[in-house]
Structures are given as C-alpha cells and as structure tokens.
Design a binder for this molecule. Structure first.
Ligand SMILES: *[C@@H]1O[C@H](CO)[C@@H](O)[C@H](O)[C@H]1NC(C)=O
Ligand SMILES: *[C@@H]1O[C@H](CO)[C@@H](O)[C@H](O)[C@H]1NC(C)=O
Ligand SMILES: *[C@@H]1O[C@H](CO)[C@@H](O)[C@H](O)[C@H]1NC(C)=O
Ligand SMILES: *[C@@H]1O[C@H](CO)[C@@H](O)[C@H](O)[C@H]1NC(C)=O
Ligand SMILES: *[C@@H]1O[C@H](CO)[C@@H](O)[C@H](O)[C@H]1NC(C)=O
Ligand SMILES: *[C@@H]1O[C@H](CO)[C@@H](O)[C@H](O)[C@H]1NC(C)=O
Ligand SMILES: *[C@@H]1O[C@H](CO)[C@@H](O)[C@H](O)[C@H]1NC(C)=O
Ligand SMILES: CC(=O)N[C@H]1CO[C@H](CO)[C@@H](O)[C@@H]1O
Length: 467
C-alpha cells in the first residue's frame, strides 16, 4: 500500500468513525403499548417479535421501556464496531424492564454479532420443570472470531435451567444465567466483559463463558463485580480463554435457590482450558455439597501456563477450598498458584491429576471446627501459611510435598523444619461475613509468631491479603 492510499484509507476510517454517531438511530420498544409503531420514541415497537426485525447499525441502540414486561425471546440483529458499538438498554423511569422467556431455551440471544453493550434490563426464563435453558447467551459459531460483548448491570433470575449434571451433562453445562458459547466450528469470542450483574435463582449456575477452544483461545475475557447467589450449580466458569481475569465477584449459597442442584458436580469459581487465568478478590461462600466437588475455587483440566487463585476469601463451602482437576479431562499441566487468601471454615482441598505443581503460600486456613481433609498433587509447595485446625486432623505428607515455614495451631505439625506451632494471634478470627472487607479479624497482633516466620518468596505478587 502506498502512503497515499494509506492516508486516503485512514481519512475514510476517520470520517466513518465521526459520521456514525450522527447517523445513529435509537429504536424504542414499549411492551406495554397495544399498537406497534416504527420504533421511534413516540411510536415505539410493541413486541419482541417486531423489535427482532430491526437490523441495527454501528452506533444504534435499542431501548426497552422501564417498568414493562416483554414476553418471548429477544434476538436483536446487526453488529457494531469497536468505535461505535450497538447498545441495548432501558429508557424511562421505573424498575428494569423484564424480558420473560417463559421457558424458551434462551430469553435473549446474540449470534455471530460484534460489539454489543447490554445493560439495565432484567431477564427471567421460568418454567415448571428444569431443562436446557439460560437467561442470555452470546454465540460465536461461524468459524470466525467475533469481538466485543459487554454485559453489565443486568439482573438475571428465575431461569429454570438444568440442575442435574450427572444425568443431563450437556444441558447442565449450557444452563445458567449468562452464557457465552464460542466453542463450535473453531470460532472464538474476543473482548467479552461481563460485569456488575446480579444473578440468582438460576438452575445450572450463574455465569458460564466459553470463548474458544484449547488451540484457539478467546482473548480479553474479563468477568468482574458480579453477584451470583442461590444458583443450582456453578458460580462463575471461564473456559478456553487467554489471560482471562475473574475478579471481585461474589458467589454465595451455590446449589441452593429456586432451582437447586440435583446431581453431579459444581464448584464456585473455576477455569477450564485457559492459558494464564487469574481468579482474584472474589468471595465464595456457603456452597452445598455436590457429588464430590463444591470447592470455592478450581483449576480444572486443560489449563496451561499458570492458574492463579489470589487475594480471595471463602467460607463454609461444603467442598472446601480448592480443586486441582487437571486430570479430569485433557491435562494442561498449568502451574497452580494459591496465595494470599483467607479460608474460613473451608477445610478441604481435593486433587485429581498428578502432573501439576501446586504452590500454596501465604494463606490463612482457619478450621478449628471441622477436620482438615487436604489432598494435594504429588508436587506441592506449602509455604508461609497459617493452619488452624483440630487436634485429630492431619495434613498431607509425601516425598514431593514440601512444608516450608508454616505456622500450625492445634493441628499436628507435619515435617516443616522452618515452621512453628502456636497461636497465630489473630485480632478477631471467625468473624468473616460475606464480603472481602469483613475479614480484618485475621490481621495479626503485634506479638504473633507468624510475623517472625516466613521465607521470602520470589515473584509473589507483591502484596499481602491484609495490606
Ligand atoms: C412469565 O411468563 C410465565 C409464562 O407465561 C408466566 O407464568 C409468568 O407469570 C411471567 N412472569 C412475569 C414476571 O411476567
Ligand atoms: C458449523 O458450520 C457448519 C457449516 O457451515 C454449519 O452447518 C453448522 O450449523 C455450524 N454450527 C453451528 C453450531 O453454528
Ligand atoms: C454451544 O453450542 C453448541 C452447538 O449448538 C452446543 O452443542 C453446545 O452444547 C453449546 N454449549 C454451550 C455451553 O452452550
Ligand atoms: C454497579 O451497579 C451499581 C448499582 O447496582 C451502580 O450504582 C454502579 O454504578 C455500577 N458500577 C459500574 C462500574 O458500572
Ligand atoms: C448479593 O445478592 C444477594 C441476594 O440478592 C444479597 O443478599 C447480597 O447482599 C449481595 N451481595 C453483595 C456482595 O452485594
Ligand atoms: C476430631 O475431633 C473433632 C472435635 O474436636 C470431632 O468433631 C471430629 O469428629 C473428630 N474427627 C475424627 C476423625 O475423629
Ligand atoms: C517452595 O517455595 C519456597 C518459597 O518460595 C522456596 O524457597 C522453595 O525453594 C520452594 N521449594 C521447591 C521445591 O520449589
Ligand atoms: C492485596 C489486597 O488488595 N488485599 C485486600 C484483600 O481484601 C482485604 C479486605 O477487603 C483488603 O483490605 C485488602 O486490601
């Protein structure tokens, strides 16, 4: 390309970027209206079926009237651009407008579309019996990479998704509140951002984001600030992402709710098939027991690079703290790092897959009321943790399991020559509630023996949980 054509192309691109917002159209949908218009504010569309006919262009938006309920499936058409995304949101005052799927497979769907921003709507999809069912799903399935799916500040509840993974695995995996499916035909979904949403009473789980395949991972997945509670399944799952970040989410009372778990396994926040995934600043609490899982965090199969769980807090999950599931499918061998977390009355680690290294350091594991049940991979490095347990519980030992400068209270000390026993002298333990800022009781008093212990850990993330 000559520099002249380059300049010419650039000026067209600039013109297009500037021109689009001027030409952008706003379509209005008022499901309380009895007559349907042209989609203008004074003559809005009146049903989802009519709104689904409109093809939106870059910069356009579709706005749904607050305080109304729309029955059926919303599958709006068109794609935006990075500079001019398409917006789906509400207008007017009142409670969020509700899309009521009434038991369809999905109440809201986007298929092979780019650059959408969806906010400030509520989605329900109730039915008398559970089945393959979700609130909203974004799909990339035409063999290309689609870009830009921003879902934020929406509420998804009352979705009768499948709750039994033992007998209905595919339907369970595809059920939940917010789904992304980029696994088919070597497709991919890049720049998926799911944030600040509220999800409850959904069978199958909360947020399940599958953005590619093992050899074609989706880039830029970011799931943050969501509140998932009372869902019959997983809290947050991200699969096949490159450098995916899952942070500042709360996932509570998993397995419970209007469509409670009925079979198979689920876990709190987990990743599968990802490269260098990070789960940080999350809270997972009060999961009920599933078949064998129900841990707060899980580095599942197919993860490569590192799989990091840091600066999180979990409590009272029936399955405990952490699951290594690298052996549960195609092994990925990611180094697993669990550091700077507080685990209160979460007393279990479960391991399936022997070809990973687990580095578990600078955590507080507070379990005076329940016995430890800790199973780790054969190569595990336990450094600088505080373990508070029961007198009759045991911690794992093995040739490749290294204990290095941990502090142990009540639970018998394994072979740890740099370690110590004694009261860690927390300011006020056992007082953590359901938020990150409720765990300050695990600060150490100035006389704590833990302050004298501790080895220097290279590349440790650079901050402490309670800094
Ligand atoms: C949703 O639709 C179902 C089935 O038509 C109906 O029973 C239910 O009352 C609706 N809910 C709301 C909030 O409109
Ligand atoms: C995958 O591509 C084939 C061929 O284009 C098509 O028939 C099929 O529907 C696609 N699958 C999905 C899930 O879109
Ligand atoms: C993704 O779409 C494919 C094709 O429709 C389907 O087989 C698969 O179950 C879907 N997965 C999820 C998680 O929705
Ligand atoms: C998150 O949602 C709350 C209301 O639920 C709102 O006040 C806040 O501005 C939202 N934050 C972001 C970053 O969107
Ligand atoms: C999350 O939502 C539940 C139920 O809707 C609520 O009880 C809880 O306070 C919320 N948690 C946070 C951290 O916002
Ligand atoms: C260990 O002791 C605790 C009470 O401190 C008790 O609840 C628990 O059942 C005991 N576990 C075993 C394996 O004996
Ligand atoms: C375990 O971790 C500690 C702290 O990072 C380090 O000093 C030690 O060398 C590690 N051991 C192994 C076997 O990697
Ligand atoms: C490193 C870091 O940010 N840690 C945070 C962990 O959570 C506690 C409680 O919210 C904060 O005080 C810490 O700053």
């Amino acid at each position: 390309m000559t520099s002249n054509t380059l300049r010419f192309t650039r000026s067209i691109a600039l013109f297009a970027a500037l021109a689009q917002p001027l030409l952008a159209k706003v379509f209005y949908l008022d499901c309380g209206s009895t007559t349907s218009g042209d989609g203008s504010e004074s003559r809005p569309f009146s049903t989802l079926i009519i709104a689904n006919h409109a093809v939106l262009c870059p910069g356009d938006s579709l706005k749904i009237k607050s305080g109304t309920i729309c029955a059926g499936t919303l599958s709006p058409r068109g794609s935006g651009t990075k500079e001019s995304p398409i917006t789906l949101t509400n207008y007017g005052d009142g409670p969020l407008p509700i899309i009521n799927g009434s038991g369809v497979a999905e109440a809201v769907s986007l298929t092979n579309q780019d650059h959408w921003e969806i906010s400030n709507i509520a989605i329900i999809n109730p039915a008398y019996s559970v089945a393959w069912r979700r609130g909203i799903v974004g799909t990339s399935s035409d063999g290309t990479a689609h870009h830009g799916l921003y879902i934020h500040d929406i509420t998804v509840y009352n979705v009768a998704g499948q709750t039994n993974k033992a007998t209905q695995s595919d339907a369970f995996i595809a059920s939940g509140g917010i789904l992304v499916n980029g696994t088919e035909n070597a497709s991919r979904y890049d720049d998926v951002q799911i944030y600040n949403n509220t999800i409850y009473d959904c069978g199958g789980g909360g947020i399940k984001v599958r953005v590619g395949q093992m050899d074609n991972r989706g880039k830029g997945t970011h799931v943050w600030g969501n509140n998932v509670s009372h869902v019959g399944g997983d809290g947050v799952v991200v699969s096949y992402g490159e450098s995916s970040i899952i942070e500042q989410n709360t996932a509570g009372f998993l397995g419970h709710g209007k469509y409670p778990w009925t079979g198979g396994n689920f876990a709190g926040i987990w990743v599968l098939g990802c490269q260098d995934a990070v789960m940080r600043f999350n809270v997972v609490h009060d999961s009920l027991m599933s078949q064998i899982d129900s841990e707060a965090f899980d580095c599942d199969w197919g993860n490569e690079g590192t799989c990091t769980v840091e600066y999180n807090y979990s409590h009272d999950n029936a399955g405990g703290i952490f699951l290594n599931c690298d052996g549960c499918g195609t092994p990925g061998g990611a180094r697993q790092i669990v550091r700077y977390n507080v685990f209160q009355s979460d007393c279990r680690v479960y391991s399936n897959g022997d070809n990973v290294q687990l580095d578990f350091y600078n955590n507080v594991v507070y379990c005076p009321h329940k016995d430890f049940e800790i199973a780790v991979p054969p190569h595990t490095n336990m450094s600088n943790n505080i373990w508070v347990g029961t007198a009759n519980s045991t911690l794992p030992k093995g040739d490749g399991i290294e204990w290095n400068a941990n502090l142990f209270q009540t639970v018998p000390k394994p072979m740890d020559t740099a370690g110590s026993t004694g009261d860690p002298q927390f300011i006020s333990p056992d007082t953590g509630q359901n938020t990150l800022d409720s765990v300050s009781g695990y600060r150490l008093k100035s006389g704590s023996p833990a302050l004298r212990l501790g080895v220097v850990i290279a590349d440790n993330g650079g901050r402490d949980f309670l800094e």
